[in-house]
Design a protein around this ligand. Structure first.
Ligand SMILES: Nc1ncnc2c1ncn2[C@@H]1O[C@H](COP(=O)(O)OP(=O)(O)OP(=O)(O)O)[C@@H](O)[C@H]1O
Ligand SMILES: [Mg+2]
Length: 225
């Protein structure tokens, strides 16, 4: 089943399943949360308090994953408008300019002037750009450079993200777009799965190549008007 199902089908299935699950367990989950808060407020014992903190943390994680998963089934209808890719890149970067992870890295922009206009959903594309930039920042914890390029090739517009981070081993590279695949302690493994889903809905492609200890390159292509 793994190989036969497209990512987008997997996501859609996950979305439908989770909508059901979220509806069924939403109420009990809320109750558990409020009991945890109550116990946390009363508990004097250090070990028990710390245990409650840990339970609380994992419960929040479950709630977060469910929330993000259920988001797929209800992806809003596309809002297609003529967009300037370079401005979209700038706007996306400004959304995360205060994120501490991003402050740690150098971002170099190499944007093609007079790049052809595309008709796309700017909000969704911005979400993809943010996901890719945050991943790059995560991959460069000790600093590094992310180069963002825009360009044109045949009838497509290209946005490329090259980081000088830890890179991705070949074995892992084939899994990074899988929903829920993550190597991060606090990751949900949904960033790239959602991003690929979005780009495909916009009739484009999202691909990755990487070399361990050198860095990774993610490329979005989108059709020109
Ligand atoms: N630029 C990158 N450099 C190295 N590894 C990367 C890069 N981008 C993605 N990855 C790998 O791909 C995995 C999946 O990425 P994805 O964005 O889908 O999930 P995540 O970042 O782990 O969690 P989140 O849902 O919070 O985004 C990451 O856990 C990481 O191992
Ligand atoms: Mg991510």
């Amino acid at each position: 089943m793994e190989d036969q199902m497209m990512h987008s089908e997997k996501l859609a299935l996950l979305g439908r399943l989770t909508t059901g699950i979220v509806n069924e367990i939403g109420n009990p989950l809320t109750s558990v949360f409020s009991f945890i808060q109550m116990l946390k407020a009363k508990e004097q014992d250090e070990f028990k308090s710390e245990s409650l903190e840990t339970i609380d943390l994992y419960m929040k994680r479950i709630a977060d994953i469910l929330k993000r998963l259920s988001g797929f089934s209800s992806m809003p209808p596309l809002e297609l408008k003529p967009c300037k890719v370079n401005s979209l890149i700038e706007n996306s970067l400004s959304l995360i300019q205060y994120d501490t992870r991003v402050n740690n890295i150098t971002i170099v922009k190499d944007l093609m002037p007079d790049i052809p206009q595309i008709t796309t959903d700017g909000n969704l594309l911005s979400q993809v750009i943010v996901n890719i930039v945050l991943n790059a920042a995560d991959a460069m914890q000790d600093g590094g450079t992310l180069t963002i390029r825009s360009g044109e090739q045949a009838d497509t517009v290209l946005i490329a993200f090259e980081d000088s981070g830890v890179g991705i081993p070949a074995k892992t590279l084939v899994r990074i777009f899988d929903p829920l695949y993550t190597t991060k302690e606090k990751g949900t493994g949904l960033g790239l799965a959602v991003s690929q889903n979005i780009v495909e809905k916009l009739n484009g492609t999202l691909s990755a190549e990487s070399e361990v200890n050198k860095g990774s390159r993610f490329v979005i292509t989108l059709p020109v008007d």
